[in-house]
Design a protein around this ligand. Sequence first.
Ligand code: TEU
Ligand code: CA
Length: 553
Amino acid sequence: MDKTWWKESVVYQIYPRSYQDSNGDGIGDLKGITKRLPYLQWLGVDVIWLSPIFQSPNDDNGYDISDYQNIMTEFGTMEDFDELLEEAHKLGLKIMLDLVVNHSSDEHRWFMESRSSKDNPYRDYYIWREGKEGKEPNNWGGSFGGSAWQYDEVTNMYYLHTFSKKQPDLNWDNPVLRNEVFSMMTWWLDKGVDGFRMDVINMISKDTTFPDGNKEGRLYGDFTPYVMNGPHVHAYLQEMNEKVLSKYDVMTVGETPAVSVEDAKKYAGFHTNELNMVFQFEHMCVDEGRYGKWSRKPLDLVELKRIFTKWQTGLDGIGWNSLYWNNHDQPRIVSRWGNDKEYRVKSAKMLGTCLHMLQGTPYIYQGEEIGMTNVDFTSIHQYKDIESLNQYDDFVNKIGMDKEEAFARIKRSSRDNARTPMQWDSSQYAGFSTVDTWIEVNPNYVDINVENQINDETSILHFYRNLIAFRKANEIVVYGTYEPLFEENETIFAYKRTLGEEVMYVLCNFTDKEVKLPSFEYEENKKDLAIHNDTAWEKGMLRPYEARVYLVK
Ligand code: TEU
Ligand code: CA
């Protein structure tokens, strides 16, 4: 397999709003990130993915961009960005920006022009349709509630917004718009940016007959089959690659909800000239129920392993996997599939081991490296995320769910679980800020913070640092093949990696019980133990949340 830096890298995702406030307004900013770069260099990560830093009214916290070539006022200035990029490169760190081009903000000048008249040159930068019998063009629902169509009286037409009504979808069928995006990308790459994470990039080509979606059990029709992985998506990404990406040594990762392995072989194929890798969602949806992510079923480990095995073997030798448990949209993994009470430290280390020893590029989301947990808010008024607030309103006012049940569903799955401020130390506001913060700090910051782990060799932080160092020291982690072990076992996630004569066995107990290890081809030998999250070791059994990695040379 071709060796390359983006396969060997570890990526660290920063949600700038919640990382480090440097000017005392309670909101994270670029100067704050620059201050923390030495910490990230110490941790050993290679690439920093910044969630959107561009000018935005923050309807969706920066995922609604009103100027792609200016910095969000609250985050600082373009000079602050230039300083951040220069400092990062000096420390050997790369910067990957978040490209949000399925939609813009309705405050972008393109949209202001587009909506002003039907013959405006920018009209076809967006997707406008006539209503039907005085109603929306079809029954699609937006991802953040309500219809996916917004009526605009200026031209008496509707525009499509697959997210909030302040996030109008861009019309990628328009080559003029595509070239606007490509020149904006070139502008950032010429500044020295090292790549892009591409927001819902598999949504950019729609079925323009706009058929009604399946409405069963929903308030609105489901647009997924007509928006995800649409008719021209690969052509547009190949055009992007040919006109922009192929001219630079950059890293690209597409966020592709509802993507299959077969689709991913095109998006992330080694020779398809599209992207380097994609974020698939199957493992993140494994515990969804009747209300999707808002109804969490207990984890079915056998199903989770089946999904990982499908992706590990499905792309092996053809394309590249991303590896993630966390991001700014997902609840914190140690609360979701670990144990954020008595086994928080051990289960966080186990989850890190399980993910980082797989084949692919691992992504660490801010705070994951110190075992940050979901937040124990007690009122809906503490939440800020548009998705959570709209969903609560739908539950209570459209479905008639009682407030306690609705609140419990939001609390368990809200994206705000991942967006409480980074916990740096035990001072007020956790060292993130010096004033009241845009969203409350998780009260457990007094015990869970960087400062009380940075000098503790037994901490989650040091364990993550060791996982990264182990990857750097052992090619088998990056380039070894994968095969599952004990596939039907309901408590242990185990697999084998092979590279030439070397073999690595990874054994992870996902439960708070002591479990018996099935007998398998390898006779456990403590001298081969390369990574271990426990002090005790007994052949043939795993203690609660125990993770073992054997490297047999
Ligand atoms: O998320 C896309 C996406 O799939 C979301 O619907 C996500 O799955 C959902 O929020 C999880 O419940 C991207 C960004 O990551 C997200 O933060 C943005 O809100 C969204 O696109 C619109 O830009
Ligand atoms: Ca600030």
